[in-house]
Design a protein around this ligand. Structure first.
Ligand code: GCU
Length: 599
């Protein structure tokens, strides 16, 4: 056995020894990540499309230790390495692969990503590797070692990778797989494009060994204007001093953590209240030792009282529109403040004070931009259509997404409703699954409203009746109805509604399709006149609903869907937008805008 082989085996043994001890740990998502010491890993990443997961399994379909995550390079001329990231093309991160590589427009499967970066130790500080979102399943490797595995395409996750890093050049490799599976959340079928990839920011976050993991600051009640501030450290460290400072309110308080590493304080204050007309945000500084987190926080109360929705104690009507997280002009997954501003400005033109961010948590930039623009938000997890109700893994996944959605956006004053599902078929298993989620959401946040997008899919003798066992678990009863499109065309004026619950009512979806620029008789499907008439008739009908407190028609703009295949009309777009994908206003836009003027 020659000396080279001996060296190889030695290296391998050494590798195994080292592999044995150094590893990463998944840690709860760090809140307000952009306010931390961060290094962005956004930009061009090399990628390898791996249809048969050659980089993960051997030819016996067993996971291999010599997968692409090793980033191996030939050491000798005869060495056989059949991949090379550094010779592979690049694409932008954050971003989906479908709109960056024409070969991947319809692709659902595995793509490997690689990015090299410099790192230098900062004393006893820890380094977290943070992802805003990766759709759908991510295996994350740092310097060839597994840092972690995550499922769910729309919420943040992060790992403490300090022990995997080395001085100087490092590399991170991801196996990203967006294949649809029955047990996933969402499940096998959904009416939006399954954009795959590293769809949101990737950051290195430098934190002290003990750091502020999350905090919550809000107005507890209008009476006496009581604010509450609670903070949680990453470790159960007692005696840690955390100072909250809101200069504009001349409010500066220090709390001391208890043995569980948390602390809570209540204080009196007279903040201006956040509302669509006055989206007032306060500069907030949270300090612990040398750690400083800055944020912008608004204060408001939201409640349901009988059939009324009260914002800051006053009745409010939610003039809304539903939105998918998709850039305009065929640009794929939206992932920036600018993307959000474009879509939200269109909603503002409509006269909206509220948006339903469907059907999954949108990126944090969008939620914060809506907050600055005075737009209230319904935020939802993708428990969509027929989920695997009895699968424990599916429930854990859904609950995890709910937890992550709430812990990321719990300080956003404009987020008023957490939605835990959309159009789910009635069954005892479904009720069990959703009622658990509703209880979980309430245990995490009792200050916001819980809802579900229910359905009214038929009327007997023009009588529409909402009946859903889940109505007892929600604060607002919301339902989708498609009179004039999927049913009862031109019958809206004859319809009656019975919603036997003493709760505010939101019509979370209504609408119909139209191809922008296609004109004709109002009874001609796909024409703007058909959609315009549908809106006119529906809005007049909705005015008759007792307790109607809000509306979010389906949808702001045409969006991509693999379920929409009608050539010449849909061409893989759902055409129910009141705007085309290019931002052109359809006739229905003006009908809705006018109706909101009256509200
Ligand atoms: C459903 C569903 C949407 C879908 C819409 C439609 O109600 O919630 O996701 O796009 O209908 O059929 O256009």
């Amino acid at each position: 056995m020659d000396k080279y082989m001996k060296k190889q085996i030695l290296l391998c043994l050494l590798g195994c020894l080292v592999a044995g001890v150094v590893r990463a740990t998944e840690v709860p998502q760090v809140a307000n990540v952009m306010a931390r010491q961060i290094t962005s890993l956004n930009g061009a990443w090399n990628y390898i499309v791996d249809v048969q997961e050659e980089g993960y399994y051997d030819y016996r379909m067993n996971p291999t230790r010599w997968g692409f995550f090793v980033n191996a390079k030939p050491q000798r001329p005869e060495d056989l390495i059949e991949y090379d990231f550094d010779k592979a093309p690049t694409m932008q991160v954050p971003g989906d692969w479908n709109t960056q590589d024409d070969r991947l427009f319809f692709y659902e499967g595995t793509v490997w990503y690689k990015r090299s970066f410099e790192w230098h130790r900062n004393g006893d500080h820890r380094t977290l590797l943070y992802f805003g979102a990766v759709n759908y399943e991510a295996h994350v490797y740092v310097n060839g070692k597994l840092a972690g595995h995550h499922v769910g395409g729309f919420t943040p996750f992060n790992y403490d990778v300090t022990d995997l890093l080395r001085e100087g050049e490092n590399f991170v490799i991801l196996k990203v797989d967006n294949k649809r599976r029955a047990e996933n959340v969402p499940t096998l079928i959904f009416d939006w494009w399954n954009y795959g990839g590293i769809t949101r920011d990737v950051l290195l976050v430098d934190v002290e060994p003990v750091y502020i993991e999350n905090y919550r600051l809000q107005l507890e009640s209008l009476e006496g204007r009581r604010l509450s501030f609670s903070v949680r450290l990453n470790r159960p460290e007692a005696g840690q001093q955390v100072t909250l400072n809101i200069p504009e309110l001349k409010l500066k308080k220090t709390v001391t953590t208890g043995p569980d590493g948390t602390a809570t304080i209540f204080m009196k204050a007279k903040p201006q209240l956040w509302s669509p007309d006055n989206p007032k945000l306060y500069q907030v500084v949270i300090q612990r030792g040398t750690e400083t987190l800055r944020d912008e926080v608004g204060f408001r109360t939201i409640e349901a009282r009988g059939k009324q929705l009260l914002l800051n104690g006053k009745p409010i009507f939610l003039k809304g529109i539903s939105i998918h997280e998709e850039k305009a002009n065929g640009g794929g997954r939206a992932n920036s403040t600018a993307d959000a501003h474009t879509l939200l400005s269109w909603a503002k033109e409509l006269g909206c004070n509220y948006v339903r961010l469907a059907h999954y948590p949108h990126n944090e930039y969008a939620v914060r931009e809506a907050e600055r623009m005075g737009i209230m938000v319904w935020s939802e997890i993708p428990v969509y259509w027929t989920i695997a109700w009895t699968d424990a893994g599916t429930y854990a996944n859904a609950e995890r997404q709910l937890t992550d959605m709430i812990s990321r956006d719990q300080n956003r004053a404009n987020v008023i409703i957490w939605s835990i599902a959309n159009e789910t078929p009635h069954s005892a298993q479904r009720d069990e699954f959703l009622s658990r989620l509703a209880r979980h959401a309430r245990s995490l946040d009792s200050t916001r409203l819980i809802s579900i997008a229910m359905e009214v899919t038929s009327a007997s003798n023009y009588k529409n009746r909402l009946q859903d066992n889940m109505s007892e678990y929600v604060d607002v009863v919301s339902f989708n109805q498609y009179i004039g499109w999927y049913r009862d065309v031109n019958d809206a004026s004859k319809m009656e509604w019975e919603i036997p619950y003493d709760k505010p009512v939101i019509v979370s979806e209504m609408g119909g399709g139209a191809k922008y620029g296609l004109h004709g008789d109002k009874n001609q499907r796909w024409t703007e006149e058909f959609q315009e008439n549908l809106y006119r008739e529906n809005l007049a009908m909705l005015d008759k609903i007792d307790g109607l407190a809000g509306l979010s028609p389906w949808i702001l703009k045409d969006f991509r869907s693999p379920r929409r295949v009608l050539n010449g009309i849909q061409d893989y777009y759902n055409r129910k937008g009141v705007f085309s994908d290019r931002g052109e206003k359809k006739k229905a836009f003006y009908v809705l805008q006018e109706w909101y003027r009256t509200k």
